[in-house]
Every structure is written in C-alpha cells, then in structure tokens.
Design a protein around this ligand. Structure first.
Ligand code: PLP
Length: 262
C-alpha cells in the first residue's frame, strides 16, 4: 500500500543527528514516505556546526515544485531556513499549495549555540511563515527570539502561546524542555487559543538529545499526513520523541543523537 508522503523543508546535518536526516528517519519509523527540500548544507558533528552553505532560492523552488507537481504532499514540515530570502521563498511556495497541513519548527540556534537562522530573518518568520502554520513548535529560546516573552513557569507558557498565536498559526506547541528548575518532568503546551492540552513526560537524564526538535516536528507532520487531528498527532509525536530521547546514544565526543530504532 502506498504510504502518505510527507515533505521536510530543512537543512542537512552531516552528522546525521538533526535536520533532514532526523526528519527522514522519523518518517521512516512512523510509516510515511519522507521527501526533502534541502535549504542549507551544514558541516556538523557531535561537537557543533562548523560551516553552513545556503542553497540558491532557485534550487529550493525547483526541489519543491518537482515533489509537489508529481508526487503530491500530504503534510509539510519546515525546519532550518537560514536566511530571510529562504524564509520568504518557502513561505511563497507554501502559500501556493493551501490546504496542506504545515508544521513550522522555527529553528533558531543549535544546542551548541550555533546560529541556524539569520537575525534579519526573524521578521519574515513572524509575518510570512507563522501565519501559514497548522502547528508552530517553538522551544522557549525561540519563543523569546520571536516574541520577547521570557518563560519561567507554566503561566509563562500560556503567555508564550498567546504571543505565538498572535502571528496566525492555528495551533502553538510550546516546548517546555528548556524550562529552568530541572523538574522531573518535561511539560509542553498545545493550544489553539481555545483548547489547552498539557503534555507531560518524564525528563530523562540523558545529554544525547541532538535532533529532538526536528524529530518532534516531523512526527507531528507524519501524524497529520495520516489524517490525525492535531491534538492526537501531537500526543503521538510526543510519545515518539520521548522514546527517542530515552534511547539517545553517545556518538563522537560531544552531544549524541536521539535514537529512531528504539
Ligand atoms: N542542524 C540542523 C540542520 C537543524 O535543522 C537543527 C535543528 O533543527 C539542528 C542542527 C539543531 O539541532 P539540536 O538543537 O537538536 O542540536
């Protein structure tokens, strides 16, 4: 049987832990056909990002058109978009294919602190990309970058969600993994401004979490491509990424990746 096709529009991680590579592994594990539009190539390993090369806008447009015109796309996930020009290009392409669910992971900075999005691109993410999102999945650092809201507790997560929703996504999934305090559980908030879903999972004492955000967003897109409603897709994606984090493994001398084979 032909599985639903899911497209990731994101950057390549040569170390195989995050970006396009994490997205495709997640999609394989979740039984959908993964396809990719590569926006940037990173030279990257467990120690950090050592170089970034953006692809020309024309190359991004051509990859997208090739996939959409022939194969069709049941859901899209966007990740690292690198520059304002690429954010604008991708937003233009997505606007041209309305009706397809879009999960926007507004990737800003890697776990090592390497910038994956130019500061000059933030306004395009706010005003061009977020309005097209079915679900936006910022972590707390990305919330602060995009909205100025600093989150220290669950009430702050509500304010963060409101600030993100003000840019127009249908749902905001605020990922509380970076909440200070070292609590025993990780709390995320999914809301469309009316419904509130608090998702709780145990916090694993595991430093090998490279690719967590990419994996979660791709898993949500996989669920949407299968026709799940957003809250169910997010709940299943959260369970998937929690298992992947629990099984994250050492690789190289730095931060290892989450595991897709658990
Ligand atoms: N590299 C690429 C290409 C990415 O898309 C991302 C995240 O989205 C990262 C690195 C950062 O991953 P992490 O923050 O999990 O280290």
């Amino acid at each position: 049987m032909t599985p639903p096709s899911v497209l990731t529009v994101a950057g390549s991680d040569s170390g195989g832990g995050a970006g396009i590579q994490a997205d495709l592994k997640t999609m394989l594990a979740l039984g959908v056909h993964g396809m990719s539009v590569i926006t940037a190539v990173t030279a990257q390993n467990s120690r950090g990002v050592h170089g970034v090369w953006e692809l020309p806008e024309e190359a991004v447009r051509a990859q997208y058109r090739a996939v959409v015109d022939d194969i069709g796309v049941r859901a899209v996930k966007t990740g690292m978009l690198a520059t304002a020009a690429l954010v604008e290009t991708v937003a233009g392409l997505l606007a041209g294919t309305p009706g397809t669910p879009v999960v926007v992971d507004p990737v800003g900075v890697s776990k090592h602190g390497d910038p994956l999005l130019a500061a000059s691109a933030l306004e395009s993410v706010r005003t061009r990309l977020l309005p097209l999102a079915t679900v936006a999945t910022p972590n707390l650092d990305e919330v602060t970058q995009l909205t100025g809201v600093v989150v220290e507790d669950e009430d702050g997560m509500r304010r963060a969600a409101d600030a993100i929703l003000a840019y127009g996504p249908r749902w905001a999934l605020i990922k509380g993994g970076h909440l200070p305090g070292g609590a025993a559980e990780v709390v995320d908030l999914l809301t469309d401004g009316t419904e509130e879903h608090w998702l709780r999972a145990p916090r694993y004492d595991n430093r090998h979490t490279h690719g967590t955000g990419c994996t979660l967003a791709s898993a949500v897109a996989a669920g949407l491509a299968k026709g799940l409603p957003v809250p169910r897709a997010v709940e299943e994606a959260k369970a998937y990424v929690t298992g992947a984090i629990a099984a994250g493994f050492a690789l190289g001398s730095g931060i290892g990746p989450v595991d897709h084979g658990w």
